[in-house]
Design a protein around this ligand. Structure first.
Ligand code: GDP
Ligand code: GDP
Length: 436
């Protein structure tokens, strides 16, 4: 899996989210159907000519109030320059160049990032002529597109792929578990890593693949050999934009994509909030293993039921994918930090779990017999056999005579049966129905 990031910047109403939806739609629709995960508006995966990349629509993060607009947008453009690989600057041919466009262009011109200008709403040929004024930005070639009809987007995406430079991008098969600690600012990520690894960090080596923005370090602790994927963001403490969600999402995306298992830290004093759920969804969307760690447990006043109550609240928020380990920890008192690592390693193993076809059929065909897919328009759906696909993350294909009639609730039933019979705790799994 690739971890290239395209950030879409531009002032409001130029069509950023329309373009974002077009770019991520087909793929997203599949993912949604499969995992039942709700989509958030701002982050998605896109695929063009077999190349996969992440797309972030910065627009979704702008506070919707006139006086903060310009400052806010400028801040986001700076962040996009810092964090993304390629920046797509979207402008609107209907309005022509506005002051805000000029302000954004000025920031982009000073950056050394690859910038692509998309002139949107070029729905007809006349507008191609109108679009020429955008060469005035001095940002190089412009691409005329219509996000509404899709016209021109193919050429644009060819350019995006070229700008990314995918050479040497094959995902390396890790021999060791690649773990990371993710979560919102101030949940205690740095503290947790320090507690886990101690002052006398048993650093074995720096691992190849370490780049400017991510540092992979190999450790041997508590009987486990593993790699901690750490982003520069974790180290640069007190950065001014630590509190900006867009920034933390960008950081999280990078980290998550490089990990096998993510330890998602949640602040015990706040519970699982919308932003935590967003990060959880990013992990699931990337099909990575996950362990939820409720940190700062030391400062919570406990009555006999508190863990159960908090656990329930969390499972409600992350439904339908609730087969996830939840652990109450304290980076400060070191409570269960060691155990958190054990859990993460177990999830890593679960993610590698390959079930024998014979066993899989024995279990699932019986489940199908007990509860067959409901017939549709008088047609009976027969599931003949099941196999685990040879993919990096657990995926199962069920072969049926009429797979197109099988609906989401039944897919979920099968997933639950798989989870009930085999250990995939903490691991997103895919279930497909295919024609036999
Ligand atoms: P954002 O604020 O930049 O994310 O802009 P939106 O994607 O919400 O689009 C703003 C408006 O422009 C909406 O009413 C869209 O329907 C419209 N729009 C977006 N793309 C196109 C396009 O290619 N052609 C036309 N004519 N309208 C578009
Ligand atoms: P990060 O931004 O996620 O890396 O968070 P930090 O590790 O910088 O922690 C943020 C604040 O929470 C700091 O003041 C920490 O001392 C505090 N903190 C972190 N973990 C714990 C914990 O388990 N218990 C308590 N009481 N405070 C914690």
């Amino acid at each position: 899996m690739s971890n290239k990031i395209l950030a879409i910047v531009g002032r409001p109403n130029v069509g950023k989210s329309t373009f974002f939806n077009r770019l991520t739609e087909s793929r997203e629709a599949i993912v949604d159907e499969m995992s039942g995960v709700t989509r958030d508006r701002n982050y998605g995966k896109a695929e063009w000519n077999g190349k996969v990349f992440s797309v972030i629509d910065t627009g979704g993060y702008v506070v919707n109030s006139d006086d903060v607009f310009e400052a806010e947008i400028n801040k986001q453009v700076h962040l996009a320059i810092d964090e993304a690989d390629v920046i797509l600057f979207v402008v609107d041919v209907e309005s022509g160049i506005t002051d805000l466009d000029d302000a954004i262009a000025a920031i982009l011109r000073k950056s050394r990032k690859k910038i692509i200008v998309a002139v949107n709403k070029v729905d007809n040929n006349q507008r191609i002529l109108d679009a020429q004024e955008f060469y005035g930005f001095g940002l190089g070639e412009i691409f005329c597109i219509s996000s509404m009809t899709g016209s021109g987007t193919g050429d644009l995406l060819d350019q995006v792929i070229e700008a990314f430079d995918f050479s040497g991008e094959e995902e390396e098969e890790h021999e060791l578990p690649y773990l990371s600690v993710v979560g919102r600012p101030n949940v205690g990520k740095s503290s947790f890593i320090n507690t886990l690894l101690g002052e006398d960090r048993y650093i074995v080596t720096d691992v190849a693949g370490t780049t400017r923005d991510s540092i992979h370090t190999r450790f041997n602790k508590f009987g486990h050999d593993f790699v901690i994927v750490d982003t520069a963001g974790l180290r640069k403490k007190g950065k001014v934009h630590d509190d900006i969600e867009f920034y933390s999402v960008l950081r999280s995306v990078r980290t998550i994509e490089k990990s096998d298992v993510c330890m998602l830290l949640v602040d015990a004093t706040r519970g699982m909030q919308a932003q935590d759920v967003n990060v959880f969804n990013l992990i699931v969307r990337n099909k990575k293993g996950v362990v939820i760690l409720v940190n700062k447990w030391d400062i919570i006043e406990k009555d006999g039921y508190s863990t159960r109550k908090v656990e329930e609240q969390i499972r409600e928020r992350i439904a339908p994918f609730t087969d996830v380990p939840i652990l109450f920890v304290s980076a400060k008192t070191k409570q269960r930090v060691h155990k958190a690592l054990d859990f993460a390693i177990q999830v890593y193993k679960n993610r590698k779990n390959r079930i024998k076809t014979s066993k899989l059929n024995e279990v699932l065909l019986e489940a199908v017999e007990n509860y067959p897919p409901p017939s549709v328009k008088g047609k009976f759906i027969k599931i003949k056999y099941v196999t685990q696909l040879p993919s990096q993350t657990p995926s199962f294909a069920l072969f049926a005579n009429l797979p197109q009639y099988i609906k989401e609730p039944y897919r979920r039933y099968i997933e639950n049966q798989i989870r009930a019979n085999f250990d995939f705790k903490g691991v997103p799994i895919q279930v497909y129905f295919r024609q036999k």
